[in-house]
Design a protein around this ligand. Sequence first.
Ligand code: CUA
Length: 370
Amino acid sequence: MQTNSWVQLFPEQASSFAWQVDALYFYLILISVGFTIPIVVALFVFMVKYREKAKFDTGAEIHGSIMLETIWSIIPFIIAMTIFLGGAIVFFNQYTPPQDAMEIYVVGKQWMWKIQHGTGQREINELHVPVGRDILLTLTTEDVIHDFGMPAFRTKVDVVPGRYTKVWFHATKPGKYHLFCQEYCGLNHSGMGGWIYVMEQKDFDNWLGGNASQGTPVEIGKDLFQNKLGCASCHAGGPGQRGAPLENIFGKPVKLVGGQTVTVDDNYIRNSILNPSSQVVEGYQPIMPTFKGQVTEEQLNGLVAYIKSLSGVTAGSTTGTTTTNAASTSTTGGGNSNAAATNSMTPPRADRGNPNPGSNPNAPAQNSNR
Ligand code: CUA
């Protein structure tokens, strides 16, 4: 939050690893300044000291110094290694999500962020999270590459069509923080942002209670799996099924036709739904049809969440103390006035079979006479 009138050099530090990023950055600045000043000073001193005093003056010949060359190789080597180590530590912290993080799904599209909570609440261009909890975002996009940027948390991640990327953070103080798209994605890229509201747990529970659940991702996925898409007719489990079993597979290796072994993760499940013949489980026939174009990204998130739940993975569990639907009296962050409006989302498919091509000024013209 902007607390003073003059322009801030850095955004607020609001996540557990924000200080680490800043410390590394200041270290880099320190090193740069530490080298720049002596070099510039020496430049001027030498300019005066070794200027040409007589016409056609020649300098003394120097035949090298092992000592000098060793020193100017080893010192920069040590400095470079400290930068590498610092960077590696920060990188490791940022890209190793904790096990029991609260999972939230994010779908980007030109030009908005659609967010789906594990408890079924949805929002657009706003993200409400509790303070002091590990939050894991699983992100994908319907159209082009975007980038989910959270400056106050000192983290960001590219959001790539056709796959899931992940980013996690641990917000350390309640407040309202910027959310930006940080990858140029077309005409309204600069407007593709919003706010992250970090709330005390009880305010967050109130917020959840005041926003009707639209069906949790697991429920949405289960309905698709058992009824709408008919996955259960082959994958219901039990002996003699045509489809590979889906119980207790998540996080485990699975052997594929062709001898390859892959670990079952979000991207494997996603790929198995959209490109089923590309990774067929050993002992099964490549008979599954593709569901490409038949499910939205939100529905895919649901299917993935449901199939994960068959392995007992329910990272989407939110609070454990979700309050009932008492009237929302949330004040922290103060931004759910338009939450009701954001709850009625029926996302059109922007990438395939877009019924309204005019909505995307970057889309190639249809019916062109090519
Ligand atoms: Cu989305 Cu830039």
